[in-house]
Design a protein around this ligand. Structure first.
Ligand code: SAM
Length: 238
């Protein structure tokens, strides 16, 4: 039976005005953000994430910055014994099913050290201004040999001016603030937090991302080979 219960409301601090903007935008986006990949980019990203996942059966797993909970749902279906789904947007969390929903910040996790065998985080680390602090916090809640699998908008795409955008119910287009973290910065942050990076992979326009949509052939021609998604698997070495 799919159900949602609110387990915990962590004390959340808004450290920068930009964080408040990000939260407000995701609250607004939530109504059109179903818990399934809802565009070609997300479908290609999810296929890559699934390829990088360790076996989830009998595991305690955290879907970090879960949004409406598409990964939480897949993790429950994959046989995880415990799935927690954490996000800062209550409007996003309302849609989570198959997992316990936790309202909280991904940089101050309300969990004891070593609580999870795996942490999955889709398309959210670019909202952390301090990648090192984010990585340390994730490493803290990972059990020994636990795995972190995460994705984000690729730094090369962000550097080329691409942004994460959506259209709200009034038809206004919004761009969500994003912190560009290079691939090298990800490697450094993981290593400093005691994680071993096992895989660094990309989704490239016109190659792994090639699903047709209106105007796609021109877009894929123009941006052919541009990495648009970065995905990383790292394990806790202690
Ligand atoms: C692009 S959505 C991705 C949602 C989901 N992981 C997915 O892949 O479908 C990014 C999510 O990160 C959440 N988020 C942003 N900053 C956060 C923070 N500091 N702590 C927790 N969640 C955060 C947003 O509320 C939003 O739901």
């Amino acid at each position: 039976m799919r159900q949602m219960c609110l387990l915990h409301v962590a004390g959340m601090r808004m450290s920068a005005p930009e964080e408040g903007v990000t939260l407000e935008l995701y609250d607004r986006w939530a109504e059109s953000y179903p818990p399934v990949p809802h565009n070609p980019l997300m479908r290609a990203e999810q296929a890559l994430m699934r390829r990088l996942w360790p076996a989830m059966s009998e595991r305690r797993v955290l879907d970090l910055a879960c949004g409406s909970g598409r990964y939480a749902r897949l993790l429950a279906d994959a046989g995880a014994t415990m799935v927690l789904a954490l996000d800062r947007s209550w409007r996003m969390l309302r849609q989570v099913s198959g997992a316990a929903a936790v309202l909280g910040s991904m940089t101050e996790l309300p969990f004891a050290s070593g609580s999870f065998d795996a942490v999955v985080c889709g398309l959210a680390v670019g909202h952390a201004p301090d990648l090192g602090a984010w990585m340390r916090e994730v490493a803290r809640v990972l059990a020994p040999s636990g795995a972190l699998v995460y994705s984000d908008f690729h730094p090369q795409a962000a550097a080329a001016g691409h942004t994460r955008r959506f259209r709200d119910s009034q038809g206004c287009i919004h761009s969500v603030p994003h912190h560009l973290h290079t691939v090298e910065a990800h490697r450094r942050a993981a290593s400093a937090a005691g994680l071993i990076v096992e895989a660094v992979e990309e989704v490239r326009a016109g190659i792994e991302l090639r699903e047709a949509f209106p105007g796609s052939s021109g877009i894929y021609r123009r941006w052919h080979g541009m990495p648009v998604i970065l995905a990383i698997r790292a394990v806790n070495r202690c």
